[in-house]
Structures are given as structure tokens and as C-alpha cells.
Ligand binder design. Sequence first.
Ligand code: GLU
Length: 425
Amino acid sequence: MATEEKKKASMLESVKAQFEAAADKMNLDKNIRKILSNTNNEIVVHFPVKMDDGSVEIFTGYRVQHNSALGPYKGGLRYHPTVDLDDAKALAIWMTWKCSLAGLPYGGGKGGIQLDPKKYSASELERITRRFTYALGDNIGPDYDIPAPDVNTNPQIMAWIADTYMSQKSPKERSKFAHVVTGKPVGSGGLEGRDRATGFGVVSTLRNWAKWRNTSLKGKKFIVQGYGNVGQWAARFLQEEGGIMVAVQDHTGTIYNENGIDAFELLAYTQMNNGGVAGYPKASEFDGSEFFGIDCEICIPAALGNQINGSNAESIKAKVIAEGANGPTTPEGEAILAKKGVDIIPDILCNSGGVITSYFEWLQNRNGEIWQMEDVIEKLSKKMDVSFKKVTDTAERYNCDLRTAAYIQAISRIEVAYKERGVFP
Ligand code: GLU
């Protein structure tokens, strides 16, 4: 419990330290610094849900809205035992930077429910989700705050949120509210390609990184932490680029094969195995505590925060870390990696493919359109390339690392909005 507490506190500390470093470097206006250091709204709800056995359980849900200078709050909902107010704050702040850097008309929000979804049946999860949505009430809305999937939430959960929210509106107006949430199943207004977008974006930043560093992804060994939506799509796309996946770690175990683990075969295996990689027959079991020290060129953390830290950063062999997860590297870990000359493609750039396509889904719903997969991937690819270039240009201009450069880009856009509009009244 003590280490868990420490781990949770430091996600918020990480995002704050990253912000301060960038604010110093860019000499950010002190009033704007004050505004951005705080979260606008913090909503905590406790709500009762009837379990399958007839008993009632009380759940705690969160939604933090950091800043809306650029538009409605946007960001995912996660279902995980570690979710709490500080986590939600940290993740909401990261969303503000991510949306700004990607050039989207959104601010940042994040939330979730503190629970282990594996402990509940599908019908219990449906009631939990619907009752949470009801408890949030008009604290979310298509022009106010738009949730999406995150850790342990998926298109089915988004469909329940949309349906619950829409069912509280007049039947005549119902269909106007489908874009209260993104990441819905395609049959319910979801976007073709939203499912693979984050993983695709991770690999697109790696492609850009390889070009920038005058190298190629072909034949490069890589390791992936987390084989959920982000990890498995990133692994498949990187394998298609010629990368060789040598190890995967998830909550069930760590597997290793120096000759390569086929990303598609592993996915098929996990689908038969409750989502877990443990026991995959074409790889051997590996000591989990040594995972980040495995010999490879590319490391993709795509699970939870604070995984690369002071205790393991020194052992890392990879030349580049592509942050599929939010906040996977602590400032202490990052300082060690910087000394070793390891590039970090920061989360707010690397995993922005998800929220970029959420924006496309929102536009699709607002305009009553149905977009095609090819268009989605093409538009996403262009946006990722533009963001990457902005970040590397800024890094060169300020002579700083990619994370600080990404922050400077993101904060500058918000600074302009405040300078133009002023602070009410
Ligand atoms: N949860 C994802 C993220 O952290 C997606 C958010 C969204 O699509 O709004 O970026």
C-alpha cells in the first residue's frame, strides 16, 4: 500500500515537474503559469449499483476538467483500482497539452472509476457505467466535456455512456447528443479506424523519429509493455514496418523470444486467454523485474504510469522510448535516460493518435457524416507528421529534449488564447 500511495502521488508530481521545466525554458507569463498550474473543476461522485446477487455496492467515480481555453474538455475514462483524484488531475493536465499540441479545439479532462473491472460481470459493468454517467449528469456534454476510452474501457462502455446520456434528453433531440462521447462502436456513431488510431500514431511517430535520426525501423528489436488496445496495435504496425518484437510484459507476466514474437499470433493467443500474454507457447517466461533491461532498440511502454523510473532507467538498452501510455516515465527516470542519450517520444505526442481520431469522430457525428477508413488513416497520418515536425523544430530552436519541446508547443497555443481574450471579468 505504501509504495502504491507513493506511485500515485508521483504522477501528479511528474506532470507538474514537466510543466515547470517547459514554463521556465519558454519564460511563460507568470499569470498564465498560475492559471495552468490548477485544474478548473474536480468532480467526485459516489453512486450505488445493484449487483447480480441483489446486493448494492457504492462506487466512486471522478472527472477532472483541467483547462478549456481551447475548447470543450476532452479525455478518457479509466476503470482501475488506482484511479483517484490525483491520478485524474495528472491525466487531465496531460490531455490539455496533448490536445493543444495536436492542434485540436479541445481542452483537457480525464476521469474514471476506482474499481477492478475483472471482478464484475458484463451486466454489472453495464449498470456501473450507466449509473456513473447518470451521476455525472450535465458535467459532461458534447460541447462541454467529451469522454472517451482509456485503460480498461472500450467501445461497448462508450456505447452505454452515449445511450444513458441520450436517453435523458427528449426523444426528439436524442440523436443530437451522440457525440457526448467518442470511441463508440462503429454501429453507434463510432469512427472507422478509431480502434487502431493510438497504436498507429505511436508507430507513425517512430517512423518520423527514424527519419529524423537517419535510421530505419527495419530489423529493429522492440519490447512492449501492455498488450491492450495501444500495445497490440502498435506491435502489429511496427512489425509491418520490419520491427522484431522480442518481449512483451502485461499484468499476467513477461514473455521473451530473441528470435521474435509474432504480434498477430500473440494477439490471437491473448484473445483466447482472458487478454493475458502469460503462457504463450512460442516464447519463454522472463523475470518481470528485468523487463526494461532487455536488449532492444525500441521500447514501447503502453500500460500504466511511472513504469520507467529511478530504479530501472539505468538498465535500459533501447535507443528510443515511444510513450504509448500516459506518464510512463518519471522525471527521475528521464534524467537518467537523458544522460544515456536515449530519445523519448513524449506521451503527449506519441499517443495523440487516439484523441486526434476522437476529434474526427466528434466531427463526423456533429456533421451527420460517415467517414471511410482510408480517409481517417490519411488525415491522422498527416496530423501526426505535422506535430512531430513542430516538436523537433522546437527542440532544435530551444536546444531541449522532445518532451520539453512538445510542452513549449502546447503551452504556447494556450498562451496565445489567454493573451488575446484576457481573463474574465
Ligand atoms: N484516453 C486517450 C488518451 O489518453 C484518448 C482520449 C480521447 O480520445 O479523448 O489520449
